[in-house]
Write a protein that binds this ligand. Sequence first.
Ligand SMILES: [Zn+2]
Length: 451
Amino acid sequence: MTDQGNAPGLVLKNATVLDYFPVALDATAAPRVATTDLRVQGERIVARGDDLAPEPGDEVRDLSGVTILPGNINAHSHLYATLAAGMPGPARAPENFTDILTQIWWPLDRALDAEAVSMSALTGAWDAVRCGTTLLFDHHASLSCVLGSLDLVEEGLDKVGLRGCLCFEVTDRGGKGQRDVTVQENERYLQKMADAPAGEVPRFRGLVGAHASFTLEERTLELLEGLCSRYGVGLHAHLAEGATDREVSRDRGWADPLERLASAGLLRPGSVFAHGVDLSPLDMATIEERRCWLVHCGRSNMNNGVGRAPVDRFPERCAVGTDGLDDNLWGELRTTFFRGNEGGRGPLSHADAARFWLGNFRLAREVFGEPFGSLDAGAPADFLVLDRFQKTPLNTDNWLGHLLFDFHPWDIQEVFVGGRRVYRNGDAAPVDGATVRATAARLWEAMGRES
Ligand SMILES: [Zn+2]
């Protein structure tokens, strides 16, 4: 920990503070709501308690009646998809998930050049901060702009002031040469992370990225395992996003996706798998046993028509992610809860819904080694300040009900990351809208989708 010396701090008086965990990294979740004071200095909360006395030079703010809570975390995002909003569709409407990939997302990731990658990351980060999301586990793809692309994603997040855990989707769909360069980009970024000077609280981390089992040859799985072992990190990949993953495996004469990943040594503790729609109870048990994370992307699953993930059977280590849709994590949690209630299998209990939400913070704690989700002394000062209008009582017993039915992005007045205010309601966007729209129009044109 660096010495903050006598740098002036910020004292927040009489705030209604919701946090989810004690500060100890190995602590189990213990969500609570309390009216108290916080003192922020440097990148962390340095004191919490009633009637905190400010130090000389501190800024003091009275937040009576104002709710403060930890910044939201997105366990699976695709910032590269930001400029697809409003894009004209393909000539023939996609009829299934394979069509959606081959007619929309794969042409998009081939059309992204460096400028479009940068603009997608920056504008996606701007969307995220306005939804109260302060840390994103991003899964990047831009097959015509591979080397250095994760630095462009990092720059976009950095300009807005957010944290990120980045990786590039390795795939064999562009042939061996392209496969090798996507592996190389993961390695380059992981080495950059390894060489980075130890900061106070890490802003960025890396995982090994892969698209999905069905676009990965056996040799590629070996290369991915080699990278994971060499850097001591997990894999971040799509898994069983509908039946396609398994069907392609069968057509190719491969084992089922989970079995392939297991045989390749890729079901490592800390690996992050998104979707899990088409997984059996036995598959779920295997994921649980291997201590991997399974991320529910409910809105994306519905949009792509890939089926309803068995949210009531997800493993202990579960989380929620947006899969390239907007970064409203409260909306994503709601969808998980509603999907649990739908279809006669549920309802998903409040305890189960809480497990998904708290999982995002547990995942970030594990990957970053920092006590995210806590607003106690010693925690990174990553938090949201809501407006003064709180229409129903908020307390330790009903915090989840507020996440499910109450809080909205428009309640967010300020966002702090590492003790720095990175957003205040009404701030101008970090880039001119006309410039972004010109980039988007050029991207769409490169895909043959002129508006
Ligand atoms: Zn995804």
